[in-house]
Design a protein around this ligand. Structure first.
Ligand code: MN
Length: 247
């Protein structure tokens, strides 16, 4: 049996990597978002760019205020993009020089800023001024995995509100079981369930809500639930299932 399983698992693994870094339309990474080469031979590095917001700063009012969106996107998310690019650059330099003395430091920087970039890109895309209803594919998946939309909402809000300190609530697709799951992510480089692919995420670092909500994280998460862009969630689910498939 080994041969077929291995091949299928390999295709899955490639699919997951492709989704995470590129095909999601968020990667802006090595191939998709690479800056045109500006004289320097830095093509192998790739360079991420801050994806533009898919709406205006005030589009999520009153759930999320204009000032928070502006600072969050233009300063915080931009910081992750810069940090990720810097880590990629330093790691490339280490490969060139053969000096891996700081490998632990730059690997941590890569995970921290890279995860921040990916998660924030998802976050902007999975919200929208209109909110909207879950499509049939998402509804079916929520039904199968949680017993329905209401049950999903309850668990997602509870899990996200209860994230210890800074982190994220995540709705993810777990391709090996073909299930949707809800994850808590503390900070954003720890405790992730490997293999699961995020479909929808809610930022609960304080910078995501403090101006309007101060310590009332639950109010922010409930407001977030009203502006979930379910069309985008459905688009990602269909794309992931197309590439990864069910077991
Ligand atoms: Mn954030």
């Amino acid at each position: 049996m080994g041969h077929e399983v291995t091949r299928r698992d390999m295709i899955k693994a490639i699919g997951i990597a492709a989704i995470t870094m590129g095909l999601s339309g968020i990667g802006e990474s090595q191939t998709l978002g690479a800056k045109p080469t500006e004289g320097k031979a830095s093509a192998q590095l790739g360079e991420c760019r801050l994806p533009p917001l898919p709406y205006t700063y005030d589009a999520l009012e009153p759930s999320i205020d204009k000032e928070t969106v502006a600072i969050h996107h233009d300063k915080h998310h931009a910081g992750y993009v810069n940090g990720f690019n810097n880590a990629l650059k330093r790691l490339a330099e280490a490969r060139l020089s053969g000096d891996f003395g700081l490998i632990k430091h730059w690997s941590k920087e890569l995970a921290f800023h890279g995860s921040g970039h990916v998660l924030h890109s998802l976050y902007w895309a999975n919200m929208g001024p209109a909110g909207g209803e879950a499509g049939i594919e998402v509804k079916d998946a929520l039904e199968r995995s949680f017993g329905g939309l209401d049950q999903f909402n309850s668990q997602f809000v509870a899990a996200t509100v209860a994230v210890e300190a800074s982190g994220w609530g995540v709705l993810a697709y777990e391709p090996y079981m073909g299930y949707l799951i809800i994850q808590q992510i503390e900070k954003h480089q720890d405790l992730a369930l490997l293999g699961a692919i995020p479909l929808m995420v809610c930022d609960v670092w304080e910078h995501a809500y403090y101006i309007r909500y101060q310590n009332r994280r639950a109010d922010y998460v409930k407001a977030f639930m009203k502006i979930v862009n379910w069309k985008e969630v459905e688009r990602r689910l269909l794309m992931i299932k197309r590439i990864v498939g069910y077991r």
